[in-house]
Design a protein around this ligand. Structure first.
Ligand code: SF4
Ligand code: MG
Length: 322
């Protein structure tokens, strides 16, 4: 079995409070019934515009945010059913790299403290084990022993992201959610960090969920991809397949906005009309129906499910039938 993580019908809703009594008046459908599988030692990308639910999905998988319902099978166990204590232990094997290396590292802690603290408090390792792990991890991410006594502000953005990555892999996880890990960095630094992530994946046999709005980065790093819109997956498949043969009108619009490297191959930009509807009252039927040029009457009534187009390619759109 090549699957490390299987997500079934995951929903994460947030209550909306209103009025003087702060009563729940509705729910943000941040993640709205999504299913996917992630293969061992591969990179599965979640793409889409900000607010589409990709970060909430990543955090829900590790229960940094509590999912509302669904099933998350990781190593034959449903993560959602674990107790808080069991989940704390599980984090050794399931880790998160945050987007912003400027705000995610405590400025009052030295690198040594930043790295040792999770091992001591969450995994109760001995001092000797911790020291060994720290030496192991700084070598893996390209930091030096001299840098251990410094504070985050003494590092560049790229080096800070190396510290964040070290924090995530120091417990030797097999699964890492990387949420926009290079988006806050200068373009010149981005490829260094991406290459580090790729090297670490080979070296440590890591499986990644890679969250990004940058379609060029995603094409470079991922094996498969899921395109999200309004909390749902509208299209998923092998990365090259999606990039060369996208079927969903939303995916086509997203890809049409990526600047082509070949100036002679001018693509026609597809502009969707209107704005993304509120995730508090998502539309009936297809989430894209108010903005889609191809919308038909069925699109306002029936929600299209992901249909199998063969070769691992799935599309949720009434234009296509299995
Ligand atoms: Fe457009 Fe209908 Fe397909 Fe939705 S289901 S993307 S509205 S054609
Ligand atoms: Mg985000």
């Amino acid at each position: 079995n090549n699957v490390l993580l299987e997500v079934e019908n995951l929903k994460t809703y947030f209550p909306v409070k209103g009025g003087v009594l702060k009563k729940t008046t509705g729910y943000v459908h941040a993640v709205d019934d999504i299913s996917f599988k992630v293969n061992k030692q591969e990179t599965f990308a979640l793409v889409g515009e900000s607010g589409c639910g990709k970060s909430t999905t990543g955090r829900s998988l590790l229960r940094v945010i509590e999912p509302t319902s669904g099933k998350i099978t990781f190593r034959n166990e449903d993560v959602i059913r674990l107790s808080k204590e069991e989940m704390r232990k599980k984090r050794k094997d399931m880790q998160l790299i945050f987007q912003n290396p400027y705000s995610s590292l405590n400025p009052r802690m030295t690198v040594n403290k930043l790295l040792s603290e999770p091992l001591r408090t969450h995994f109760s390792m001995s001092q000797k084990e911790i020291e060994e792990q720290i030496l192991w991890v700084i070598d893996k991410v390209g930091l030096t022993k001299e840098q251990l006594d410094r504070y985050p502000h003494q590092f560049s953005g790229g080096q800070r992201q190396r510290i964040s990555i070290a924090r995530a892999i120091i417990s030797k996880p097999s699964f890492v959610v990387a949420d926009e890990p290079v988006s806050a960095l200068d373009v010149s630094i981005q490829s260094q960090i991406l290459n580090l992530l790729i090297e670490l994946q080979k070296d440590l046999k890591l499986t990644y969920i890679f969250i990004s709005h940058d379609l060029n980065v995603v094409r470079h790093i991922s094996n498969s991809v899921a395109v999200m819109y309004l909390g749902r997956i509208v299209e998923t498949g092998d990365t090259e397949q999606i990039y060369t043969s996208a079927m969903h009108p939303y995916t086509k619009a997203l890809l049409s906005a990526v600047p082509s490297k070949d100036p002679l191959q001018k693509k026609k930009r597809i502009i969707l009309k209107g704005d993304v509807p509120s995730p508090v009252n998502p539309p009936n039927g297809c989430p894209l129906n108010s903005r889609c040029e191809s919308a038909m009457s069925i699109c306002k009534e029936i929600r299209p499910e992901l249909a199998d187009m063969g070769n691992n390619h799935h599309v949720a759109c009434h234009l296509y039938k299995e």
